[in-house]
Design a protein around this ligand. Structure first.
Ligand SMILES: Nc1ncnc2c1ncn2[C@@H]1O[C@H](COP(=O)(O)OP(=O)(O)OP(=O)(O)O)[C@@H](O)[C@H]1O
Ligand SMILES: [Mg+2]
Length: 567
């Protein structure tokens, strides 16, 4: 008798017994169809978080051939495609089989982005899919029939139906082509001094503020002639669109004309998108970070002295710490943290910036002499950020005309269409010179290097909860990063929680610099190589983790209220 058949027998005999009896089914089972089932964790009762199960299926059973897994991009597209199909089947076979979550199957369901996830991993000749099951019961009595349905009917059927049909194969190749083309575009940008690209025909607006699906009635993007480049891609015709060079780029135009929408699409350009999303070929370089004002945030020992100096009461701004940052100090700290974590492109939207941090206009300069103004505004540092630290900026500006003086490129949005106004802006600068005087401040110095003290991340009960995409509860502490909309899935934040625990346990040394984690996290981000990091973290069987960048990790850790840093 096969082990799987024994499992079914066992489940039958458990009918009516106390829920605790389920604990005995932990283990691994080979099914006669050829797949393996691993029951990794059994829940304590029907209301507890569901049981954790892994299914391992030979690729040949699923009509997956080697071509489809030939390189890391194909692996990504394949894993993502299979997880989407798997998630649909799990939903289809979910039933209400009793109390609480009885009878439910679920997994990590991807949205518009294609990203490596620990729930779907293709190895040389099999795929490993992780999922959750609500083991069925009526109250605290096992529903044996229900369990037999789940293990004996549902799971084998799901595995069978997971095999790629002809239509699936066609769709999978489309998935692969989109990822490979976007990858080629990103490589091209990196090699030619560009930071971002928006293909002609892209659809940028989203259905609504709460839906990431495309607004199908939206106006497709068309690049201005002067900013258009054409990039060869491996599949289909080459792709043309608007390319943004390194340096300082302004996006401006009237209210409600699509400025923020363009910037958000650029921000999301670090991800691959599914076919039909509208942003398949909106591509941004990897080291991109959104920055904004976030008053109230915690700041721990950040050297913001290039922006802020001489605070009332002589407060130190070389090791600036506060539990309640102001608009300007929060934005200054976020920029310095970004630079120190290795960001090479900052995205800012005037809508969410602190005005007094951005610029001090002529009249204000007259009214309040520099010696009473601790802030050196961004406008007087932005050029240095690029020249000295190689950090480019794309900024949405509606009302701050003084920025025209320092922009390399000026894009104007008019009725959702971009125009290149760089020359016109230069003319205006000449004709109407700003009376504003560049603040006389010493040149910006490299900010003081800082490290996270790993012990400060250690918690006695390392629980990670993710109530929403701008919040993580780590231990007892809630960490918020309002408006940082670079996370697309709860699983990314789960992974960050896992990384924080590992740092807290000293797995990355006693003092940690976010840059040290870049390589290992990039291996997951680019190639889906989970094994190294997961064994480092001590979580070989990680459910529902999704790739993050060290930049994203730094955003969360830097806002953790118990964080301690050192020079
Ligand atoms: N290409 C487009 N086609 C149709 N609608 C669009 C397009 N781009 C943006 N929109 C919609 O237009 C509205 C305004 O866009 P957005 O918020 O980008 O404007 P904005 O220029 O940043 O405005 P403000 O200056 O007031 O901040 C949004 O509802 C957005 O979804
Ligand atoms: Mg806006």
């Amino acid at each position: 008798m096969s082990k799987y058949t024994q499992l079914i027998r066992m489940l039958k005999s458990m009918d009516g017994k106390s829920y605790k009896a389920y604990k005995d089914i932990r283990g691994e089972y080979k099914h006669e169809q050829g797949f393996m089932l691993f029951i990794d964790h059994v829940q304590g009762d029907p209301f507890a978080s569901p049981s954790k199960v892994t299914v391992q299926i030979p690729l040949a059973m699923l009509n997956i051939n080697e071509d489809m897994n030939e390189n890391p991009r194909r692996k990504l597209a394949l894993e993502d495609f299979m997880l989407r199909k798997f998630a649909k089947l799990l939903k289809q076979y979910s039933k209400n089989l009793g109390t609480g979550g009885s009878g439910r199957f679920s997994t990590d369901v991807p949205g518009q982005e294609i990203i490596f996830r620990s729930n779907s991993v293709v190895k040389s000749d099999y795929i490993q899919l992780r999922f959750y099951m609500g083991l069925p019961a009526f109250g605290r009595r096992i529903n044996g029939k229900g369990a037999v349905f789940m293990f004996n009917e549902a799971i084998p059927s799901i595995v069978r139906e997971l095999a790629l049909t002809k239509t699936d194969v066609r769709e999978l190749w489309e998935h692969i082509y989109v990822v490979e083309n976007a990858y080629a575009i990103r490589k091209y940008l990196e090699e030619h001094g560009y930071v971002a690209f928006v293909a002609d025909g892209s659809l940028l607006p989203r259905e609504s503020g709460v839906s990431d699906k495309p607004l199908v009635s939206g106006i497709p993007f068309q690049s201005p002639e002067s900013l258009r480049i054409t990039i060869p891609v491996p599949h289909g015709e080459s792709v043309s669109g608007m390319a943004i060079k390194k340096g300082i780029t302004l996006i401006t135009g009237g209210g409600f004309h699509g400025k923020s929408t363009l910037l958000s699409a650029i921000a999301k350009g670090i991800f691959y998108h599914i076919p039909g999303d509208g942003r398949e070929y909106v591509v941004t370089t990897y080291d991109t970070l959104r920055v904004r004002a976030e008053d109230g945030r915690k700041v721990e020992k950040v050297d913001i002295s290039m922006f802020i100096n001489g605070l009332p009461g002589g407060k130190d701004t070389v090791h600036f710490s506060t539990d309640n940052a102001s608009g300007s100090t929060s934005q200054a700290a976020s920029i310095i943290e970004a630079i120190q974590a290795g960001a090479k492109l900052l995205l800012m939207d005037e809508d969410t910036c602190a005005t007094n941090f951005m610029v001090r206009d002529y009249r204000m300069q007259r009214l309040i002499p520099k010696k009473y103004e601790p802030i050196t505004p961004l406008i007087d540092r932005i050029q240095e950020l690029y020249d000295k630290f190689g950090v480019s900026t794309i900024m949405v500006v509606g009302g701050l005309g003084d920025f025209l003086d320092i922009a390399d490129t000026v894009i104007v949005m008019e009725y959702y269409e971009p125009y290149d106004f760089t020359d016109k802006a230069r003319q205006i600068v000449k004709e109407y010179p700003s009376q504003r005087i560049k603040e006389e401040v010493p040149p910006a110095k490299e900010p003081l290097k800082r490290f996270w003290i790993s012990k400060s991340l250690s918690v006695s009960k390392p629980k990670v909860k993710v109530p929403s995409l701008d919040k993580v509860i780590y231990g007892k502490e809630e960490i918020t990063f309002y408006g940082y909309d670079m996370f697309n899935t709860y699983s990314q934040l789960q992974f960050i929680g896992g990384l924080m625990q590992a740092i807290g346990n000293g797995k990355f040394g006693t003092l940690v610099d976010p840059l040290e984690l870049k390589d290992i996290l990039k291996k997951v981000w680019d190639e889906g190589l989970w094994d190294e990091i997961l064994s480092h973290i001590g979580l070989k069987k990680a459910y529902s983790f999704a790739a993050v960048r060290h930049l994203d990790l730094a955003v969360v850790i830097n806002r953790y209220r118990r964080l301690k840093a050192s020079e």
